[in-house]
Design a protein. Sequence first.
Length: 423
Amino acid sequence: MNVMIVGSGGREYSIGLALKRDSSVDKIYFAPGNGASKDLGTNVLITDFAKLADFVVDNSIDLTIVGPETPLSEGIVDLFRDRGLVIFGPTKSAARLEGSKVYMKNFLAKYEIPTAKYIETNSLEEATEFIATLDDERVVVKADGLCAGKGVIIATSHQEATDATQHMLDGSSFGEAGKRVVVEQFLDGYELSMFAICDGDDFILLPAAQDHKRLLDGDEGPNTGGMGAYAPTPLVDDVIYEKVKERVIRPTLSGMKSEGAPFEGVLFIGLMIVDGEPITLEFNVRFGDPECEILMPLLKSPASELFYKAATNNISELNVEFSNQYGVGVVMASRDYPYKSSPSCEIIVDEIVHDDLLQNSHISYAGVSEEDGVLFASGGRVLVCVGLGDSIQEARDRAYMLVAQVHFAGKQLRSDIAYQALN
Ligand code: AMP
Ligand code: GLY
């Protein structure tokens, strides 16, 4: 089977690694890929969806897997399906679960999926009245549209929440994306990421992961796309998995069907566990990054079959197996991340000479470019060092041993990935 992966990050690279291990995969293409994905397959520099579909036909590509949300929200799946091509991901209308927070919150309310109490509005007066009804001084204000992960303000007082709402509504914080807002109750608990691979009717739930969104140790500093992750997290037991399946995923799949937008692709459920109850914070319609980088290596079954069956509505035929190991991923980011882009600089990876490390760790490359065989750190999140092990501690030790072999000027990383599991 020939497979194309749309995207350029560490997430897409890790899907490429999983396909590389899969004996039924012949050729792998990345559109556009990065400076390291060329070693796993062929980078295709076509951005226009129709031309990309032509490329898929011309090169007998059997399956396309879409990594990031932007092409999904722009309708790449609809266009490929219209051309009779097999593509894994949600249609444009199903991708609204991520593209609009207002749509998502109203969907959760309509199908009685537990979520934080909220109001969605474009009126400052309505928002202020709602804020006054909340007991907690902490309030969460969210811009409706996609803001590259920055559209959420956790205000520490009602006044701050009102001010944040005003700045969103008048367009000064996030432009058009903030002209409608969701204001919601602050939830105090621990946060998890769960991923369900869906085919519209059925799903396969992957091991629960925990991301580390803040830049600095101890969850300090600004929000980022994610500085590290681990899975499976011991913070989830079978009771929570069952609750997520019954109270979140099943009603979401049947709800999306009734809305005329069956959900196919990765349903990424951002959860807050409050007193043992999973409360849905948000949906995304794609894999998390860096969560994907640690989940893909835990997949024992062939990746191509999983994605192909999901894309062709046959997931119920599958019995997917996961390894009983743990994965820990540590992101290495460039000097000025997440504030601005950093000067490009060479990456040096020492030769790994210990068998143990060679067999149980690897790098998932993200923001890298290549010139004359030399790899450069050129993006914000540059790469993820992944360690696998029989315990979280062992996986984490290996991830940090690998980190110690990777060098580039100004590298930033957290030293406490998986701390919540080890406390
Ligand atoms: P979102 O984009 O909705 O996931 O929000 C980004 C981050 O803000 C989440 O990952 C949480 O850490 C935090 N957050 C969002 N909503 C809430 C809430 N209602 N209570 C507490 N924290 C929240
Ligand atoms: N790591 C969180 C995300 O991909 O949105």
